[in-house]
Structures are given as C-alpha cells and as structure tokens.
Design a protein around this ligand. Structure first.
Ligand code: IPM
Ligand code: MG
Length: 361
C-alpha cells in the first residue's frame, strides 16, 4: 500500500516539527510495510522568499493530487509589513479555501501524564477530551467587503464582514453531528446569537440539522460564556462546533487546558476526506532552529492523518500509544516540563517516539 503525501514545512519551527513527522512516517514504514511517498513544496514566508507568492501554483497543484498534506506552520515578523495578500498567513488561508477544507478538527485531549502541566488545577482538567470543530473556509476571515478606507470626512475606517450562508452552516453542522455520534453524543454549538444576525441563522440551521439527529444532545452557547465555561468546567463539553473566528480563539484556549499548545494537533478536511494536518501552534520564530520545539502536536497530527484521510487505523493507534508511553516514561520537552534541566530537544523527543513505535510491533 502506498500513500501520496505532500509535505509543507513552512516557516519558523515548521521545518523542525515536520522533520519529526517524517521520522515517524519512516518508522511506520519500517514496521508496517506501508509506503508513504513524500513530495515537498513551499508555503508561507518560505514560498514568498522563493517566488514572491505565499501559495505558489505548484504547491496547489501538488496538494490537489496528494492523498493528504502535512504542514508545519507559517509566519514571522519579517513578513508582517508586506501587503496582506503577500503575507504567509494569506497563503495558508488561500490553501484552505482553494481545497475547500471547511471542517477543522482541533481535539483538546489531556494525556494522563500531563495533568500537572496545565495552568488549571489537575482535577478540573484530568481526563479532558473535547473536540473543537471550527468552520474554516467562511465567516469573517473570508467575508467581503473587507478593507481599510478613508471616509469622506478624512477618517480612516477598517472593516470586515462576518457572513455565512445556510449551506456553509449546514455542512459543518452535519460534520459535527457525525463526529458527536462517534464520541459522547453531545454537541455544543457556539455563537453570538444575542447580538449577531449571522449567529441567529447559524443557530436556526444547526437546530434544523439537529432535529435529524435526536440521539445527539444539542446545546447552544454564546461564545463569551463558552470561553468562561471552558476554563471553569471544561469537562462538561464533548464536541463543540463553531464559526471560523470563534473557533480560532476557543481552540487556542482549549489547547492551553491540556498543558501546552505544543501538544495539540489538527485536521482540516474537505468533503472528499482529503486533509491538511498541522499542529495548532504557530511558527514560534523566537525558538526556531534551536531544537527546543515540542514535536508532539505535529506527531499527533500525523496520527489524525492516518485515521481521517488514509484509513490506517492500526498505524494511528501505534503512534498514539507510542506518544503515551514516551510521556508516561517521563520524557518532556521544555514547554511541558517542570524541571527545565532534564528536557529533551525536538529531535531527541521524536527519537523516543520512533523507538517506541518500532518496539511496539
Ligand atoms: C490557526 C492560525 C491561523 C488562523 C493563522 C496563522 C492564519 O491562527 O490556524 O489557528 O487564524 O486560522
Ligand atoms: Mg489560531
């Protein structure tokens, strides 16, 4: 069996954590006999430096012919003053949009060995397992009109548009109910329907889809309350579904509940189960190239890829168990450690995971 993967290292710590993903895939090849064919392409600041375009046509073409894509991170201060459409982040947003990756899964799962790494009390977070589903190709990040103009009275005005049509809401709601049925049959839809018309429609459509899934307990929550509840009592949630911007914010919050944003993977899927798999953390330019980044979010993104796009459940389980073993054995990177002096670097942590994968078979 051969799977065709596109590898997008990106910027900052992206290349280092992507290298961890490749090591893990190599280990899996050795023990399972499945081949992971890897093509490399540029995205973000690295692509801009090469061709002046943060999402080159070539990258898009390769992505369209791959079974799945692995992506590190984009962005860095040196590109922050470019015109918006040339910035690394625009390359990523366009890639999501061009491939119609509307369904973004961001699980916030606490590994038992890390219950002390969270900034919240361990009894509040122990056993935490929340799936945040973020709509990824619509809402205010893509809505038009957008811009910064100067009004007739000479005052500058910045504006964006938060817009969803009912079809966009319906398809993410259907995906969310499907996932809720594979988990705890509980779905919380997060909006701001007390203020925004777009949220009123969101609520209406999610409820309509909900009436076809009576076995799932559906709840609605305003986003400000959801942020508070996630910190107060996160274990009340099973699956959360929300729009693009609210999901961006709440998923960072969810990540921190688990101890470190360096632990959180994500999957961005289209309706054909092609997926872009990336850690939730960003490019962290301040620690790039120092071999200190936590590779586990990337490695767990590989696990999600094996599960959601490639149908390789056994390999996915191997990765999950290996990560669990490494953490239970006490290995830590600096972001999840109390004792800084005993920390492993990116490469050493990855090696531990690989050794465990190879020893599990
Ligand atoms: C994320 C990031 C991106 C987003 C940025 C880098 C464009 O914050 O994936 O959460 O806002 O979606
Ligand atoms: Mg974000």
């Amino acid at each position: 069996m051969t799977h065709k993967l596109l590898i997008l290292p990106g910027d900052g710590i992206g290349p280092e954590v992507v290298d961890a993903a490749i090591q893990v895939l190599n280990s899996l090849e050795r023990v399972t006999g499945t081949t992971y064919e890897k093509e490399f392409a540029l995205l973000g600041g690295a692509a801009f430096e090469d061709s002046g375009n943060p999402l080159p046509e070539e990258t898009l073409k390769l992505a369209r012919s791959a079974d799945a894509a692995i992506f590190g991170a984009v962005g860095g201060p040196q590109w922050d003053t470019l015109d918006r459409e040339l910035r690394p982040e625009s390359g990523l947003l366009r890639l999501r949009s061009e491939l119609d990756l509307f369904c973004n899964l961001r699980p916030a799962t606490l590994f038992p060995a890390l219950s002390d790494a969270s900034s919240l009390k361990s009894d509040v977070v122990s056993g935490l397992d929340v799936m945040i589903i973020r709509e990824l190709t619509g809402g205010i990040y893509f809505g038009r009109p957008r811009g910064i103009d100067t009004r007739n009275d000479g005052v500058k005005v910045g504006y964006n548009t938060l817009v969803y049509d009912e079809n966009e809401i319906k398809r993410i709601a259907i995906a969310a109910f499907d996932i809720a049925k594979k988990r705890g049959f509980k779905l919380c839809s997060v909006d701001k329907a007390n203020v925004l018309e777009v949220s009123e429609l969101w609520r209406e459509v999610v409820s309509e889809v909900g009436s076809e899934h009576p076995e799932v307990a559906l709840d609605h929550m305003y986003v400000d309350n959801a942020a508070m509840q996630l910190v107060r009592q996160p274990k009340q949630f099973d699956v959360i579904v929300t729009g693009n911007m609210f999901g961006d914010i709440l998923s960072d919050l969810g990540a921190m509940l688990t101890g470190s944003i360096g632990m959180l993977p994500s999957a961005s899927l289209n309706s054909k189960s092609f997926g872009l798999y990336e850690p939730v953390h960003g490019s962290a330019p301040d620690i790039a190239g120092q071999n200190v980044a936590n590779p586990l979010a990337m490695i767990l993104s590989v696990e999600m890829m094996l599960r959601y796009s490639l149908g390789e459940k056994t390999a996915a389980d191997l990765v999950k168990v290996a990560v669990d073993k490494v953490l239970s054995a006490g290995y830590r990177t600096v972001d999840i450690s109390q004792q800084q002096s005993l920390c492993l670097g990116t490469r050493e942590m990855t090696e531990q995971v690989c050794v465990n994968i190879e020893n599990l078979i």
